[in-house]
Ligand binder design. Structure first.
Ligand code: ASP
Length: 315
């Protein structure tokens, strides 16, 4: 059997700070955070570890970093609460786990993984999810841990905008964000993971695309692993991630073509955002249809590439 070359791609969401408002120090901080996530995943892949472990490790680093809208630094609902969604999927077995409307586990991606491994089901939400997760070997944090003033300010601004009836002119960064990773390991297995706080001022109980298998997260060794970011409702209605796999499987399209066509079509339906995807061979693809997407990738040469808007990748 030909040797499989591992590869990894990550995103920190399409909710980027506009290029005009991102000073060099802010850009450096985001690049450093993306590199830390790549390093966590690549350490595992380089050591012969699994795509699933690599994805979980990379996502945990971004969940722990308040720069991104996931875990610590998640956005608030209209009621001022934190409700997080996450999913993980194994492309070898099609095992998947997802959680929604949770606040407590330090790393929602590990909560999703626990659902996959131990719950006998795929998707747990709200109070029932918490009941199950309290019995699992995962760290919990008090609500204060997840709080950031920046997200609180974004909520306040949005609630007063709604009250005044003014048009929505917020930046992507104030509206939404997500983190995600896709990986291929040396055994040829693919995996995907995604985690988010969702949309700023979302209605309580709202669940986005991220934990919906086939919409925001999908992995299947024969076709691709995908993690998305963007206007969740549109990504759900168009089963964005599974649509890419379907075009590869049934129409014989390349990963690159399928992923970029789907991202372009989503925009026509009001779905701005992007995704990262990886196939059984070749480099990952990272298309987006908005101003930016925090993103990075690494292939067999071990060089980390990171970018925010449409500039050249930093190496
Ligand atoms: N897709 C996420 C959601 O709708 C938000 C994002 O990726 O920015 O919850």
């Amino acid at each position: 059997m030909a040797k499989v070359e591992p590869a990894l791609a990550i995103h920190g969401g399409a909710g980027t700070i506009p290029a005009s408002a991102l000073d060099p120090a802010g850009a450096d901080a985001h690049h450093a955070a993306l590199r830390a996530a790549l390093a966590a995943g690549w350490d595992i892949l380089g050591g012969g570890g699994t795509a699933l472990d690599a994805v979980a490790a990379a996502v945990c680093v971004m969940e722990d970093d308040p720069l991104f809208n996931a875990g610590r630094g998640a956005v608030f609902t209209a009621a001022g609460a934190l409700e997080m969604d996450a999913a993980i999927m194994d492309g070898e077995t099609r095992a998947a786990g997802a959680v929604a409307v949770i606040c407590g586990p330090r790393n929602p991606i590990l909560a999703a993984r626990a659902v996959m491994a131990d719950s006998g089901t795929v998707f747990l939400a709200g109070a029932g999810a918490e009941l199950f997760l309290r019995d699992q070997d995962i760290a919990f944090m008090p609500p204060d841990y997840f709080f950031t003033q920046r997200r609180r300010d974004a909520l306040k601004l949005e609630l007063s905008r709604r009250a005044s009836g003014a048009p929505d002119t917020r930046s992507d960064a104030d509206r939404h964000g997500t983190v995600g990773a896709v990986a291929r390991d040396a055994h040829g297995n693919l995996a995907a993971g995604t985690s988010t706080g969702g949309m700023t001022a979302k209605p309580p109980g709202r669940i986005g695309d991220c934990p919906v298998i086939g919409a925001g997260t999908f992995a299947d060794n024969a076709t691709c692993a995908v993690s998305t970011t963007g206007t969740g409702e549109v990504f759900i209605r168009f089963t964005a991630a599974a649509e890419i796999a379907a075009r590869i499987r049934h129409a014989g399209q390349s990963l690159d073509r399928a992923a970029s066509d789907v991202v372009a079509e989503l925009l026509n339906r009001g779905g701005d955002g992007g995704l990262i995807a990886i196939g059984p061979a070749g480099p990952p693809v990272l298309p987006f249809n908005c101003s930016g997407m925090y993103r990075g990738f690494c292939t067999a040469d071990g060089v980390f590439h990171t970018a925010i808007h449409r500039e050249e990748y930093r190496r």
